[in-house]
Design a binder for this molecule. Structure first.
Ligand SMILES: *Cc1c(COP(=O)(O)O)cnc(C)c1O
Length: 346
């Protein structure tokens, strides 16, 4: 028997949500034009424009690494640099793809508090060197929700974008968990992006219930020039594009994207609340999105693994990450919390 019980290692352990699956099924009836020239791709792009209340340019890529890397490459030239948090996915988890696709634009990492960049940390890096020998800062990329499960507030985004404007920097948002940020804040997608000064958003579909796929939204049309060629050259133009775009129609047409984000966040809150009274277990970061980061003795983590639980510990000794998904069952959250309690109280 294959073991397919729910785990908390990553939100991409989950399957495909019913809304995305049904849309794929609808897109699978008969023939359609290829390479994005089809009705599903048109509909998905229109849904994005409606949701974001603006006439943005929309592109589709297979995954987040490609979406981020190609978006960043379109915002700078090879001699430019990109300011990001030291914990940013582009820095720690994309195997140098942003540098590769931009032909060498260097990532400059900033120290962060709770995973977030600040105007001060951006300013410090952007103004550190302004001579010909250093790659010229051109872009800031931030992650919403962050890699440690925190969420930038609209005023924090506005302060960052004001700093970017002042320093001549474009602003990119890695929104692999953008839905979780919207759900947490109760803000509209527009408020958290172009209204706050974001130029380009990579909107994650995979962790929100799709099989594959990320959308790239340009709020500044000029920056999107020839982006379709960039996607094609990078092997990101799907010939049967409708199977990348139709799931977005399923997610966006009746608000499933937000329901899934809300549910995942709720499960994370539940997990945090069920272990909050345990001494020996500390929350490492505020729980705002769908992740819970717990500091526990190494022996407790080992005992938890021995009980069959999977989780990541890449955040350093004693730190474990538990991610909730669109389909996480409350019973599994309670079972995990009960096992943590039993181990700690043993
Ligand atoms: C998951 C994730 C991505 C996308 O990763 P891929 O594996 O390339 O799809 C991008 N940014 C963040 C913060 C992520 O967590």
């Amino acid at each position: 028997m294959p073991d397919n019980t729910q785990q908390f290692a990553s939100d991409n352990y989950s399957g495909i949500c019913p809304e995305a699956w049904a849309a794929m099924d609808r897109a699978n009836r008969g023939h359609e034009r290829a390479y994005g020239d089809d009705q599903w791709t048109q509909q998905a792009a229109d849904h994005f424009r409606r949701l974001f209340e603006t006439d943005c340019e929309v592109f589709f890529a297979f995954n987040g690494t490609a979406a981020n890397s190609l978006a960043l490459a379109s915002l700078c030239q090879s001699f430019h640099s990109v300011i990001c948090s030291e914990t940013a996915h582009v820095e720690t988890d994309e195997c140098g793809a942003p540098e590769f696709f931009s032909n060498g634009s260097k990532l400059l990492t900033a120290r962060t508090h709770e995973g977030k960049l600040t105007p001060e940390s951006i300013r410090e890096i952007a103004l550190k060197r302004q001579d010909i020998h250093y790659p010229k800062p051109r872009v800031v990329t931030l992650t919403q929700a962050t890699e440690v499960g925190t969420v930038y507030r609209p005023d924090e985004l506005e302060a960052i974008s004001a700093t970017c404007k002042e320093l001549g920097l474009h602003l990119h948002m890695d929104g692999a968990r953008f839905t979780n940020a919207c759900a947490f804040l109760g803000c509209s997608p527009a408020e958290l992006t172009w209204k706050a000064g974001v130029d380009v958003l990579c909107f994650g579909g995979t962790k929100n219930g799709m099989a594959v796929g990320e959308a790239i939204l340009f709020f500044n049309h000029e920056l999107a020039r020839d982006f379709d060629y960039r996607c094609k050259q990078a092997g990101q133009l799907a010939s049967k594009m409708r199977f990348l775009s139709a799931p977005w129609v399923g997610l966006l047409e009746d608000g499933a994207w937000l329901r899934h984000g809300t549910h995942a966040n709720h499960c994370a809150q539940l997990l945090a609340s069920l272990v909050s009274d345990l001494s020996g277990v500390e929350l490492m970061f505020p729980v705002e999105a769908n992740g819970v980061f717990l500091q526990m003795p190494e022996a407790a983590l080992e005992a938890l693994r021995n009980k069959g639980w999977r989780f990541y510990t890449f955040i350093g000794s004693g730190g474990a990450r538990f991610m909730c998904s669109w389909d996480t069952e409350e019973a599994r959250v309670r079972a995990l919390a009960a096992d943590i309690r039993a181990i700690i109280e043993a």
